[in-house]
Ligand binder design. Structure first.
Ligand code: DC
Length: 227
């Protein structure tokens, strides 16, 4: 039996994380939140004062990337993320760590150092892989490839709500500027830029709610997995 792989790529705030988790629960598949790996690496390199020395200390940084001590622990309330044994579930979701992640994600050697770890998530019965380059680079043979996008404005509004729900302060204009800057960096980088894979099913979620997107996705996935 081959492992079934569903990839969901797209910009931040498109609803990928929520939908990927919902799909993994629905199909009882494993879940790869690849953005969390870049966030963990960004945080780790920041903690070690290496984030400003990515070029001069690249070999050391790549070694750290390949050997990150991280754990995803499934609990009744969600997935806890640990770095070096410490709970960083909330910390890695901050805008600040998002910036760290975007910096490390632009470095080819650091992306390469995370490839094996991502492949290791592909286990039976299947995997939902959430990221930017899941279909274009990491799992090019995935049976179902989805590209989920939404306008920058609607993504910024959702992000503000999400941060406020976590008790964090958030200003729409700051968030929108961050989203636009990060999109630009993610789409224009030389290695694994953010773009839909050939043949991907593209969904614009700007005016759709989660259930509507979920229904579109499951209809597409079931058709793909039946082939
Ligand atoms: O999805 P996210 O916001 O948690 O991702 C954090 C950063 O990592 C974002 O700048 C894009 C980058 N990323 C990437 O380059 N490739 C991935 N597969 C996932 C995330």
């Amino acid at each position: 039996m081959t492992v079934k792989i569903i990839t969901i790529d797209g910009p931040s705030g498109s609803g990928k994380g929520t939908l990927a988790a919902k799909l993994a629960a629905h199909y009882q598949f494993h879940l790869l939140d690849s953005g969390a790996l870049y966030r963990l690496l960004g945080l780790s390199l920041h903690n070690l004062n290496l984030l400003e020395k990515l070029d001069s200390e690249l070999t050391k940084c790549a070694e750290i990337a390949a050997n990150l001590d991280i754990k995803f622990v499934t609990t009744e309330t969600g997935i806890l993320v640990q770095l070096d044994g410490e709970d960083v579930t909330q910390t890695i979701r901050t805008e600040r760590v998002g910036e760290f992640a975007s910096k490390v994600a632009a470095i080819p050697a650091l992306r390469a150092a995370l490839i094996d770890r991502q492949h290791a998530f592909a286990q039976e019965p299947g995997l939902v892989a959430d990221g930017r380059d899941m279909a274009t680079s990491i799992f090019p043979h995935a049976q179902a490839k989805i590209y989920l996008t939404a306008s920058a404005q609607s993504r910024a509004e959702r992000r503000v709500k999400q941060l406020q729900g976590m008790g964090l302060d958030a200003k729409i204009n700051d968030i929108l500027a961050n989203i636009e800057a990060r999109d630009k960096r993610d789409m224009e980088r030389a290695v694994a830029p953010l773009k839909p894979a050939e043949g991907a099913y593209i969904i614009d979620s700007s005016s759709l709610n989660i259930d509507e997107v979920f229904n579109l996705m499951t209809a597409y996935i079931e058709q793909q997995l039946a082939n």
